[in-house]
Design a protein around this ligand. Structure first.
Ligand code: FAD
Length: 506
């Protein structure tokens, strides 16, 4: 949450004429809701940054034969870096393409992102890295209309406040809920270091802020409930701010400006969707060093090197040797690999232990005239208390250009997560019908969609929950005890793309 807080702080600083406290309270709150998506991304970045600042001590410049397992964004950045250091690399990827969960497809004139939809660019460090990678110049910014965000309350879409006046007039919280939120500076410091995010939000900002803001936003980002997320791992900066200053609002006012923060944050994608990011990085790697449809099945530690067994599509095994192995596989894949000769091998269980909830992405295309709502924003999120069957919907064709054929709109809807995991596995027709009904009620859609498609992620996003500390510790122990082995990926640095980018920099 540090990103959000710094954002609000800077916003207030630029409006010195306002009485300080009132300015902070109202503008901070408006910013809170306006930038939650982006902010969550940045807050976790601070962890990634600190991890990136501590390269594995067992890696030395003499290690020149590098094996990278997994070609998601994390593995690709490691590969790109190793090439830059002049190392000979082999990148093994189980699927037929690079990019991991970043997958974009153009079908019938619609551009679908099966995984991440946006990259939130808030820090100079990430901007510099994207620039060095040569991808920043290809990025496109989200439509400014996407600044408007909605939540569902009482069965209707309510726009979130974006100015002091709209904070007062908006019905996103009741008058009592707003007063409670503004009382935050008077709430005493928390004492429970292992607090979950739900308890933290309700204690500091009130139950209504948890119900109508924390709950929907966190389900939108992690497909999880705030009760399941650890404050310490999901928002370490917030916890520090409270402990240091006794209040988030006060802390924000006292905190120094972060020089690494870009003056204006950007919400990015690419003309051909998010996969263009990983495609561009892939193109910079030596072609002969990338092996697709090649799964790592066995990793053996020998005296001075590593033996990696890979299996190709036709089931043929091959043996390779390397000085070092960078394992950028998802946590849930680590136990599929046979690890041989590892020191402290018992810690592998903790490293592989990650909570993921299943998630379905349901894409519907409509002729614009068949949607009553103007789709003038980022999308909407649904608080659990509203008892609906969807977590939220992105107005994808408002967010970025060329996402749908002319006079058509593309809606990307998230279903399942921790709230209703069973819905993910409904028959396709039932899942489409369910989403269609929700859109009819909430957006005023008519008839059946002109286009529809479902993507299911059985293990979508690794949660920063109470297990994350154990995972990080296990990775550290295994790396220290097994020279030449390194673990990396969203299960260790947090899922936002900026985290994966920065955590992969050695
Ligand atoms: C639906 C969804 C929406 C998201 N939305 C956003 C968003 O809007 N913004 C944002 O910042 N983040 C978002 N994220 C999070 C972000 O996309 C991920 O955290 C990040 O892309 C993870 O990258 P990674 O390289 O760590 O892992 P992955 O992308 O999972 O890559 C791991 C790779 O390892 C490969 N692999 C697995 N087993 C083997 C094996 N045995 N041998 C070889 N290869 C193997 C896999 O095939 C895969 O390519 C989203 C994630 C999901 C799932």
């Amino acid at each position: 949450m540090q990103g959000l807080l710094l954002f609000a702080y800077e916003y207030i600083q630029s409006r010195q004429s306002l009485p300080k406290f009132l300015g902070f309270g109202i503008l901070g709150v408006c910013n809170y809701f306006q930038t939650t998506f982006d902010f969550i991304h940045e807050s976790a970045y601070f962890y990634a940054h600190s991890k990136a600042a501590k390269p594995n001590p067992v890696f030395t410049s003499e290690m020149t034969d590098t094996c990278i397992l997994g070609s998601g964004l994390t593995g690709l950045i490691h590969a790109w870096q190793a090439c830059k250091r002049g190392e000979k690399i082999n990148l093994f990827e189980a699927s037929p393409q690079t990019g991991g969960v970043l997958q974009s497809r153009r079908i019938d004139g619609y551009l679908l992102d099966y995984g991440a939809n946006t990259l939130s660019l808030r820090s100079r460090e990430v901007a510099t890295l994207l620039d060095e990678l040569g991808v920043l110049e290809h990025a496109i910014d989200a439509n400014p209309e996407a600044n408007l965000r909605f939540i569902v309350r009482g069965g209707k879409l309510i726009s979130l406040p974006h100015s002091p006046a709209s904070f007062l007039s908006s019905s996103f919280l009741s008058p009592l809920g707003k007063i409670r939120l503004l009382l935050e500076p008077l709430i005493p410091r928390g004492k429970n270091h292992a607090e979950n995010v739900a308890d933290f939000i309700s204690r500091r900002l009130g139950q209504e802020a948890l119900t109508y803001a924390g709950n929907p936003f966190l389900s939108g980002v992690y497909a999880a409930k705030p009760e399941s997320l650890s404050l310490q791992y999901a928002f370490p900066a917030l916890q520090e701010l409270e402990q240091a200053h006794g209040s988030l609002f006060k802390g924000m006012l006292k905190s120094k400006k972060n020089p690494n923060r870009l003056p204006t944050s950007r919400l990015l994608s690419f003309p051909n969707g998010m996969q263009e990011l990983t495609n561009q990085i892939t193109q910079q790697l030596p072609k002969e060093s990338t092996f697709l449809t090649t799964r790592a099945v066995r990793i053996k530690r020998l005296e001075n090197h590593w033996e990696v067994t890979t299996r190709n599509q036709s089931g043929k095994d091959e043996l390779h040797t390397f000085n070092q192995v960078i394992c950028a596989l998802p946590a849930h894949q680590l136990s599929e690999i046979e690890w041989v000769g590892l020191d402290r091998a018992e810690r592998m269980e903790d490293l592989a232990d990650s909570t993921h909830f299943p998630l379905a992405l349901v894409f519907h295309g409509y002729e614009k005239r068949n949607i009553k709502h103007p789709l003038n924003g980022f999308g909407f999120l649904v608080p659990e208390v509203e008892n609906r069957k969807i977590l939220g919907t992105l107005f994808s064709s408002t967010l970025f250009p060329d996402r749908a054929p002319q006079n058509h709109a593309l809606l990307t809807t998230f279903v399942g997560g921790e709230r209703q995991p069973d819905l993910v596995y409904l028959e396709d027709d039932d899942l489409h019908a369910l989403v269609q009904k929700e859109h009819h009620n909430l957006l005023g859609t008519h008839g059946t969609p002109a286009f529809q498609k479902i993507i299911r992620w059985p293990q979508a996003i690794p949660l920063p929950d109470h297990k994350m500390g154990k995972r990080q510790e296990a990775a550290q122990v295994l790396e220290n005890q097994n020279p030449g082995l390194r673990f990396s990926g969203s299960h260790l640095c947090g899922p936002p793309l900026p985290n994966c980018l920065l955590a992969s920099i050695v």
